[in-house]
Write a protein that binds this ligand. Sequence first.
Ligand code: ADP
Ligand code: ADP
Ligand code: MG
Length: 667
Amino acid sequence: MFNKILIANRGEIACRIIKTAKKLGIVTVAIYSDADRDALHVRQADEAVHVGPAASPQSYLSIANVLDAVKATGADAVHPGYGFLSENANFADALQAKGVAFIGPPPVAIEAMGDKITSKKIAASAGVSTVPGHMGLIENPEEAVRIASQIGFPVMIKASAGGGGKGMRIAWNEDETREGFRSSRNEARNAFGDERIFIEKFITEPRHIEIQVLGDQHGNLIYLGERECSIQRRNQKIIEEAPSPFLDEATRRAMGEQAVALAKAVGYYSAGTVEFIVDCDCNFYFLEMNTRLQVEHPVTELITGLDLVEEMIRVAAGEKLRIGQEDVRLNGWAIESRLYAEDPYRNFLPSIGRLTRYRPPAEEQRADGSLIRNDTGVVEGSEISMYYDPMIAKLCAWAPDRPTAIRAMSEALDDFEVEGIGHNLPFLSAVMNHPRFQEGRLSTAFIAEEFPDGFSGAVPGDADARKLVAVAAYTNWKIQHRNILISGTVDNDRRRVPQNWIVTLNDQAFSLTVRDEENSIAVIFDDGMRLIVASDWLPGRSHAVFAISGESLSIKTARSGTGHRLRWRGMDVVAHVRSPRIAELARLMPKRQPPDTSKLLLCPMPGVVTTIAVSEGDPVEVGQILATIEAMKMENVLRAERRATIKRIAAKAGASLAVDEPILEFE
Ligand code: ADP
Ligand code: ADP
Ligand code: MG
């Protein structure tokens, strides 16, 4: 076994690997860039080596710098995590040439599977079912059109070197094929320095289901069931689960056996993932193989009881697998939610800044038998920078069955407090509480179909609205009580909190009576409905559990002007609790109108203006490119939403803009 492992990564996955290494009694070495001096993974490791500036090409991606760190610390093995150098065969080769173990698959397998066209060819000859399409390179837009017509529309145009959802375009006709070919090729050239393109059939409304494989250096290879990762935005996963609610035992076995056949064909060992897309008739097609530990590996660990990082370390040290295929048991259900610093209200655009509050739910076994796990690389006060992946944490829930796991996840999301940056907690909550998700009717089109106009917060139905109104009545009651106690008046009449209130929530007014019942209050609506509310909430608290007629709701509370802001299950509302007389006056107050920004093009995210494509006085047509913004390695093209004339250019190319800073103004 190894004495010292260097983790060539950062963030949550570095912390995850350190945890297992510690368990195995192995000394750990972290590497860090300028931006990560105080990062959690640096604090958790036994040793830490600085490897360069914040920009990853000069630090985490620099093979020379990482090799120097290995040499300086005398590490005898390197775990690459995911991303960065994890699928770089040259890195694995360079380590092995120096007698240092690479905790991953053999470099030849990385090489073969790193290229989508090569891997598709190998898969086909290993008897694995592949997406119908063209297995060769495509040279120009006209050839793309010819091949697309042969395959039949719609088609998917893909970069052979692609990854992370980049370099991929759907085309429904010849024009889109020409355009898609050009933009895929541009994106691939910029992102991967490799512009090779191929085309395959676009499978409509597919499910993304992948198989975890594990092998040793003695020829043993097994599969550890599947993960379903159909909930995606921009072809990137945000919610994963294991098992899949869609697979039957026969399909699971067929996919598992094909995955193992492919792994065998390339002499695979260590942990790896074979990705498939599955159509509504249970036909499955190979997409690609990821030759590394996958982000969503925790859900497999939770249902198999295995520690995949431990298995990878043991395999790299030459040990034999300690289990065979027949020992693999899938137990219960696990779901992972990826908490991202991205704003769901702004089309999931990345958000950066400091985590002014970060309070994850307790990682523990809960009363209903469920279990919460949270993998993270941040603490309260950490900075989410523009240099790296904007993932904050991976929250997992395990339970004996899917409905309990979904409920546990939903409650854990309600308990999770994150402030200071835009994040997708409310969106994850909305998905957990979405009937279609709960029924397991998933597809990669789920988000596009269920949130066609984007996400602007879950809307409470009548029952939930009343619960939130009751909570606002409760917090108001507590605040009123406190105010009376500190006012010091001896006048008994003024020591009683009034009973009649008007609570407004989303323009709807509820008239109610509140009665003090010792340790709870009774909220009586004017139609006679009655809710009993009890809680340990006190003024100033940002989060509490409210028992409402027996049901426990974990709700985030805050002041918002004169109102109570309540966040729960993806809903984000402000309730105003007023006396009937004040409510009458409030009703007569003119509503404040938000400023008119319709004549401005505002910067949708913090970033750098790369180009301004128009000049003052230019007429523009719908869809015409106005400007491009680069943020977090993504190039975002801003287009005209209607015909207009450019009145003024407010930002120059090269300028760094904050969210909502004007870029240009229309007539
Ligand atoms: P990456 O390397 O970026 O992960 P993949 O080939 O794994 O690329 O595809 C990412 C996602 O894009 C898949 O999970 C799926 O949602 C979608 N996708 C890829 N190929 C197809 C296809 N042929 N038909 C339909 N959807 C596809
Ligand atoms: P003031 O002394 O100005 O009345 P308060 O703290 O009593 O300030 O509250 C002002 C408004 O904010 C009231 O509507 C109150 O109900 C609400 N409020 C105050 N603190 C909270 C809190 N922690 N959560 C929810 N609402 C609050
Ligand atoms: Mg993929």
